[in-house]
Design a protein around this ligand. Sequence first.
Ligand SMILES: [Zn+2]
Length: 108
Amino acid sequence: MYFKDLDIENRAFNVQLIKIGWLDNEHVFNIGPIPKKFIDKLKKIKPNVRSFGYHKCPFCNEKQGSNRYVLKIEDTLQCYDAPDMIIHYIEDHNYLPPQEFIDHILKL
Ligand SMILES: [Zn+2]
């Protein structure tokens, strides 16, 4: 499933999901170096929404679980919504998530 970074999905009760890292092989994405402490932090947080099945990486066919990080932004009805696979995209495909997401994780 593809979403552009920072696309907003409206959910019930005015909740908004801000999409991060829903990549596919038909759309370009930002690449670049990323702070190691960001990756370490994200790995520690762990995906908090569980789903069945798996995601297949659209670039190298690696399979992973299809869990998600849904992380609330304080004092808002917004959450960042990123797939489990985001760590693989960063580590293996140099994906660079939006700076506001990096800042959010580093602040947690
Ligand atoms: Zn891959």
